[in-house]
Design a protein around this ligand. Structure first.
Ligand code: MD3
Ligand code: FE
Length: 213
């Protein structure tokens, strides 16, 4: 993929009230992030969750940290073990924890201490339909996201499902902090366009750091 910004320094842009995008913030650490993901997935492989509505999710998921996000026919919840194999989630690597803490701090959210990191893997065509993240106890805590590999179109809606959506391309190394009034905005990812990325091949990965409890 042609990267017109390959030699540029990272930069930041305010996105909305409470939301800041740090463009290319971890681009130079991409290989280290991907190696950490590989190690987590070696212990707790990616798998496709079932939604409460009975659909198989196109995004494959695993987690690290004390808690992991999960879904089955009964609903969404955070769990301390992987329902696929009964194992605890691997600990959150220091590289992950430190990045999440620093990015939150730079966006004005002090002392962010995530206890969950959901790792999403998108293959060509995988998507995430419009949803809110509201299963965390303290919604004053932000979510920090890290995008790796192939780019994807992110939809950023409003506080109701019907509100109009902004579109934003999330690219390799982009970090976004979602807090304040943006924390409950609907959002989603359009189907991944098939392509190849030098570090991730046909995939896009997204990490979301959350303080659940
Ligand atoms: C805005 N992940 O895992 S990251 C999710 O790219 C999720 O895999 C997407 O939405 C992905 O729940 C989007 C950006 C993101 C994450 C959490 C948010 C945006 C958010 C929470 C509130 C508002
Ligand atoms: Fe989300």
């Amino acid at each position: 993929m042609l990267d017109l910004f390959a030699g540029e320094a990272p930069w930041q842009e305010p996105l909305a009230e409470g939301a800041v995008v740090f463009r290319r913030r971890v681009r130079d650490r991409g290989a280290a992030f991907l190696q950490a993901i590989d190690e987590i997935a070696a212990a707790n492989p990616f798998w496709h969750r079932i939604t409460p509505g009975g659909h198989v999710m196109s995004v494959a998921m695993t987690n690290c940290g004390e808690l992991g996000w999960g879904s089955d026919s009964h609903g969404y919840r955070y769990e301390s073990a992987d329902a696929a194999n009964g194992r605890r989630w691997p600990p959150m690597p220091a590289l992950f924890r430190q990045l999440a803490r620093e990015a939150a701090d730079d966006a004005g959210f002090a002392d962010f201490t995530p206890d969950a990191c959901l790792i999403n893997r998108y293959a060509p065509g995988a998507k995430l339909t419009l949803h809110q993240d509201k299963d965390e106890r303290d919604l004053r805590q932000p979510i920090v996201s890290v995008s790796l590999g192939l780019p994807a179109v992110f939809l950023f809606g409003g506080l109701t499902r019907e509100a109009a959506c902004q579109r934003l391309l999330l690219e390799h190394g982009d970090v976004v902090v979602w807090g304040g009034p943006s924390r409950l905005r609907y959002h989603g990812i359009l189907p991944l366009k098939p392509d190849r990325h030098p570090l991730t091949g046909e995939y896009r990965f997204n990490l979301t750091f959350r303080k659940v409890r």
